[in-house]
Design a protein around this ligand. Structure first.
Ligand code: NGO
Length: 520
C-alpha cells in the first residue's frame, strides 16, 4: 500500500470549534420517558413538560397527502411498529384533524424546512409530522423512530408501555449531499449485504449511497455490450472469486436505496485503478505493467490509454449502460491516483469522459485530482487527500468533503484495531465528529461545499460484520456533520446521545466498535 502523502495537510487546518453552547432549547425530561437522543441533532428541538404520547393497539397512522408515496412511508412506519408492540397499527388516508393518531402530512406550504426537512410534534393527544416532500416525511419518521424506546427495533413482541416523549422539532439538513461510499471491488458484497449497509444510512438521514463498483481487483457490474468485463475481472484482495451484480441486481440496489430516499452514485474508477477493466481489453493498457489478475493492495499502476479512440468507445458503452439504469443525476468517474500518465494526458482524458458522462445525461463526479482538468460548473470534485479540491472554484464546480484524516471509515479506530488502514491516521470517533467542513480547507467556504461523504474502502474488509465494525460508531458522526448546523453540534452532548444508540444497533444486528470515548 502506498503511503499517501500527508504533506498537503500542512495547508489545512481542522477546527475544534464545535464546542459552542447549543442553541437548542432543552428542558427536563419528563419521568418515564426515555432521554431524547436524536442523531443527527435537529435544528431545533424542545422537550415539553406535558404527557407523552402512548401507542396503543388501536393507534392508527393517518396519512394526509394526495400521493401514494406518503402512504408507503406510513406503511414503513407501521412495519417498524408492529412486530415489537404487537399492535395492529392500521394505515389509512384521512384528515389532519384526527386525534389519538400518528399523523403524516405532506404540506407544500412548509417551504421553511427545505426539500428534505420536516416538523414533528408530539403531545399526549397526537403525533404529527408535516413535511413539504416525501423525503422530509421519511426523515421525520426516522426521528420518530429514535424517539421511541430502543426496543421498538426488536422483532419480538414485548408487553410494555410504548410512549413517545412530548417534543417539538423543526428540522432541515445543512448540506444537500450527505453521502457514504462502499467499495465493493476490493472485496465483494452481496446485494443483501449492500441493502443492510443502506439500512444504517437511512436511519441517520444520509441521502447519497456511492458505490465504488470497479478497481484493480474486480469489475462488479454487468455491461451487456461488453460481457468480457465481468467474465475476466472477478477476483478480490487476497484471492477468491469476488463476484458481480447483474444489471437487474444493481437496479434492485438502486430501488432499495430510492425507497429510503438515497440516491445511488455509481463509480467506475478510471483512468487508473483500471486493471480489472483492462484484463479483457489489454490493448487499451498504458499502465506500468501488463494487466494480470490482481489480488494485492498497491495503487496507481494501471491506466487506460488516453490517446486511443477505442478507449472512449469502451467508456461510452460502460457509461451509457450504467447511466440508463441509474435514475440519480450523478456518475462518478474516479480519477484518483494516476501515476502512469502525464498531466496533459490525464486532463484530456477527464475532459473527454466528462463529455461522455454529460451526453448520457449525468453530472460528472470525480476525486479531487479531476480539478487538474477543465471542469464544467455542474461537475463535482470529491476532496480526500489535500487542498487541491480548492481548484474546483475556478470553474464554479462544487466540492464534496471526504477528508481521509476525518471521515475515511477504513482508517483504524486506534493503532491496535485489527481491521483498517492507517495512512491518513487513526480516526477515533471524536476525530470523525469534531470538525467543520466549512473551515477545513483554507479558502473553501460553506457555499463551495455540496456536502460530506464517508468512504469505506474495503482492502481489509471482507464481510458485512467487518464493514459495520469500521463504520460504527463513526457513521452517525458524519451524519451529524452533514445534517446539523455547526452551532447545534457539541461533542459532549453527541457522545451521550450516541451511547443511547448502541442497544438499538444490538437489536438490529449491527456490529460496532465500543469506543472508550463514548459512555455506553
Ligand atoms: C485512497 C485511494 C483508494 C484506497 C483508499 C484507502 C482514494 C480516493 N483512492 O482514496 O484506492 O482504497 O485510499 O484508504
Amino acid at each position: 500500500m502506498t503511503i499517501r502523502s500527508l504533506a498537503g495537510f500542512a495547508l489545512l487546518f481542522a477546527t475544534a470549534s464545535a464546542c459552542r453552547p447549543s442553541t437548542r432549547p432543552s428542558g427536563p425530561a419528563p419521568r418515564d420517558v426515555a432521554r431524547v437522543s436524536v442523531i443527527p441533532a435537529p435544528v431545533s428541538l424542545s422537550v415539553g413538560s406535558g404527557a407523552p404520547f402512548a401507542l396503543v393497539d388501536s393507534t392508527p397512522i393517518v396519512v394526509d397527502a394526495p400521493t401514494d408515496e406518503a402512504l408507503r412511508i406510513g406503511e414503513v412506519l407501521a412495519t417498524l411498529l408492529r412486530p415489537s408492540t404487537g399492535f395492529t397499527i392500521p394505515v389509512t388516508r384521512g384528515a389532519s384533524a384526527t386525534r389519538r393518531a400518528i399523523l403524516l402530512r405532506i404540506d407544500a406550504a412548509r417551504t421553511d424546512v427545505g426539500d428534505e426537512g420536516y416538523a414533528l410534534s408530539v403531545t399526549g393527544d397526537v403525533v404529527r409530522i408535516d413535511a413539504p416532500t416525501p423525503a422530509g416525511l421519511f426523515h421525520g419518521v426516522q426521528t420518530l423512530r429514535q424517539l421511541l424506546p430502543f426496543g421498538i427495533e426488536s422483532d419480538m413482541m414485548t408487553k410494555r408501555e410504548w410512549s413517545i416523549p412530548a417534543v417539538t422539532i423543526t428540522d432541515r439538513p445543512r448540506f444537500a449531499w450527505r453521502g457514504a461510499m462502499l467499495d465493493v471491488s476490493r472485496h465483494f458484497f452481496t446485494v443483501d449485504e449492500v441493502k443492510q449497509y443502506i439500512d444504517m444510512l437511512a436511519l441517520y438521514k444520509f441521502n447519497i449511497f456511492h458505490i465504488h463498483l470497479t478497481d484493480d481487483q474486480g469489475w462488479r457490474i454487468e455491461i451487456k455490450s461488453r460481457p468480457a468485463l465481468t467474465a475476466a475481472g472477478a477476483t478480490q484482495v487476497g484471492g477468491g472469486p469476488g463476484g458481480f451484480y447483474t444489471q437487474g441486481e444493481y437496479a434492485e440496489i438502486v430501488r432499495y436505496a430510492a425507497d429510503r430516499f438515497l440516491t445511488v452514485v455509481p463509480e467506475v474508477d478510471m483512468p487508473a485503478h483500471s486493471n480489472a477493466m483492462l484484463l479483457s481489453n489489454p490493448e487499451l493498457s498504458c499502465g506500468k505493467r501488463p494487466p494480470a489478475t490482481y489480488t494485492g493492495t498497491e495503487v496507481g499502476f494501471s491506466a487506460l490509454c488516453p490517446d486511443k479512440e477505442e478507449t472512449y468507445r469502451l467508456v461510452d458503452d460502460i457509461v451509457r449502460e450504467i447511466a440508463a439504469i441509474t435514475p440519480g443525476p450523478y456518475f462518478h468517474i474516479g480519477g484518483d491516483e494516476v501515476e502512469a500518465l502525464t498531466h496533459e494526458q490525464y486532463a484530456r482524458f477527464v475532459e473527454r469522459v466528462q463529455e461522455i458522462v454529460n451526453r448520457h445525461g449525468k453530472r460528472m463526479v470525480g476525486w479531487e485530482e479531476i480539478t487538474k482538468a477543465r471542469l464544467l460548473p455542474t461537475s463535482i470534485a470529491q476532496q480526500w487527500n489535500s487542498d487541491s479540491a480548492r481548484n474546483a472554484q475556478r470553474s464554479g464546480s462544487k466540492i464534496v468533503m471526504s477528508p481521509g484524516p476525518k471521515v475515511y471509515l477504513d482508517m483504524k479506530h486506534t493503532p491496535s484495531t485489527e481491521l483498517g488502514l492507517s495512512w491518513a491516521g487513526v480516526n477515533e470517533v471524536r476525530v470523525s465528529y469534531d470538525w467543520d467542513p466549512a473551515t477545513y480547507i483554507v479558502g473553501v467556504t460553506e457555499s463551495d461545499i455540496l456536502g460530506v461523504e464517508a468512504p469505506l474502502w474495503s482492502e481489509t474488509v471482507r464481510n458485512l460484520a467487518s464493514a459495520q465494525y469500521l463504520a460504527m460508531p463513526r457513521l452517525p458522526s458524519v451524519a451529524e456533520v452533514g445534517w446539523s448546523p455547526q452551532s447545534a453540534r457539541r461533542w459532549e452532548d453527541f457522545r451521550v446521545r450516541l451511547a443511547a444508540h448502541a442497544p438499538r444497533w444490538r437489536l438490529l444486528g449491527i456490529n460496532y466498535y465500543a469506543s472508550p470515548q463514548i459512555p455506553w
